[in-house]
Design a binder for this molecule. Structure first.
Ligand code: PMP
Ligand code: GLN
Length: 381
């Protein structure tokens, strides 16, 4: 109904970034890198802009980028993708998610989600007139039970929304977990929308496995990626959806009325980036893993209980040793104001039964920034 969106406040990422600015805090809240992105990709964007690529590109995206997305899927996951019928460019993963949910859900349909979840999912599902059903993942390992999974499915289940790797839990889904999910999808003739924006941010020798690559899933899965995360350029808002033609067609109907297109110079630059050498992708993961270790060690030395982080930009920390009964939101606010370090309360990623003892730190920052944050925390605690 009409009240769905007005019942939400401003997103926690915006709230904490503005609070961090106001108090000149080191902002380890909202997830964005503070480096410049790969120089050759940025240079391509400048070149195409200067060359006059400034008008509406085709609605489905520039062929060069759609071809690059298809080639990337073959190269990393062995997926065969027809760029003409199975790839669509969007204005970030956020738009891709909205287009998938608005395009695929009818009023009364049910969507299965795992908690914790990214904050844009549920408002869009509700605004589409659909009903979210939740499967709890429980800290510290963030696993689910078959019983909880089965309980979330029913005769009206249309789709599952899966975030892999998972923000904010930093979990990389195992092949076994994905197989259990795939079995459910087949049993209920349901589809999956897979938010895989952190596909290249996977650590410790793990490999990202798209649900789409599992047996029987190719025709049931929509896979979403984002140049923001893969090239450390979150402000660009270039995303892409890959899916079988029958799934992509209704999503394209939503996309044409949401944004219709995405800046062409950025599309060309991202096409160039996706074709980059293995050393780029390996180097990105290695660099982020090193930063994860640097921040995790610093937080642990301050007395936080640091949880494992298998992927993403984030590490979560247990505040109970330090908070004296305060909940995560109050602790994050006070830490921003008093210590000058901002983080995100993990309860913001829950619709039901939020934990109140975990906060999320973003580690995709210059080493000096991470060190400054730890130094401030040490002085404060
Ligand atoms: N999904 C997840 C899980 C995210 O963390 C984010 C935020 N970066 C997005 C989607 C949105 O990505 P984009 O900036 O490409 O819209
Ligand atoms: N995805 C980013 C995060 O989780 C934030 C994106 C946003 O600000 N909406 O921090």
């Amino acid at each position: 109904g009409n009240a769905v969106l007005s019942s939400y406040g401003t997103t926690i990422f915006e709230v904490m970034s503005r609070l961090a600015e106001e108090h000149r805090a080191v902002n380890l809240g909202q997830g964005f890198p503070d480096g410049g992105g790969p120089p050759e990709v940025v240079a391509e964007a400048q070149r195409y802009l200067a060359e006059g690529w400034n008008q509406y590109p085709p609605m489905m995206g520039l062929p060069a980028l759609r071809q690059a997305v298809a080639a990337h899927a073959a190269r990393f996951y062995g997926l065969e993708v027809d760029w003409r019928q199975e790839v669509m460019v969007t204005s970030g993963a956020t738009e891709a998610l909205a287009a998938c949910l608005f395009g695929l859900l009818e009023p009364g349909d049910e969507a299965v989600l795992f908690e914790p979840l990214y904050d844009s999912y549920v408002p869009i599902i509700r605004r589409a007139g659909a009903v979210p059903r939740f499967v709890p993942l429980r800290a510290p390992d963030w696993t689910f039970t078959r019983e909880d999974l089965a309980a979330a499915f029913g005769p009206r289940t249309k789709l599952v929304l899966l975030n892999n790797p998972l923000n904010p839990a930093a979990k990389v889904w195992s092949a076994e977990e994905l197989a259990v999910l795939a079995e459910r999808l087949v049993a209920h003739d349901a589809i999956a929308v897979c938010d895989e924006v952190y596909e290249h941010l996977v650590f410790d020798g793990r490999r990202h496995l798209p649900l789409m690559a599992l047996p029987g899933m190719r025709e049931r899965t929509l896979r979403i990626g984002s140049a923001g995360k893969t090239f450390s350029l979150t402000g660009w808002k270039v995303g892409y959806v890959t899916a079988a033609p029958a799934l992509l067609r209704p999503v394209a109907k939503a996309h044409q009325f949401l944004t219709f297109t995405t800046p062409p110079n950025l599309q060309h630059a991202v096409a160039c980036g996706l074709g980059g050498p293995d050393s780029y992708f390996d180097g990105l993961a290695a660099e982020m893993q090193r930063k994860r270790d640097r921040l995790s060690a610093g937080l642990a030395s301050c007395g936080f209980g640091v949880l494992p982080a298998q992927g993403t930009y984030f590490v979560t920390a247990d505040i109970r040793p330090l908070a004296g009964g305060e909940d995560d939101a109050a602790f994050c606010r006070r830490m921003t104001v008093e210590a000058g370090v901002a983080a995100i309360p993990v309860s913001a990623f829950f619709e039901q039964e939020p934990p109140r003892h975990l906060i999320r730190f973003c580690f995709c920052k210059q080493d000096a920034v991470l060190d400054e944050a730890v130094a401030r925390l040490r002085g404060w605690l």
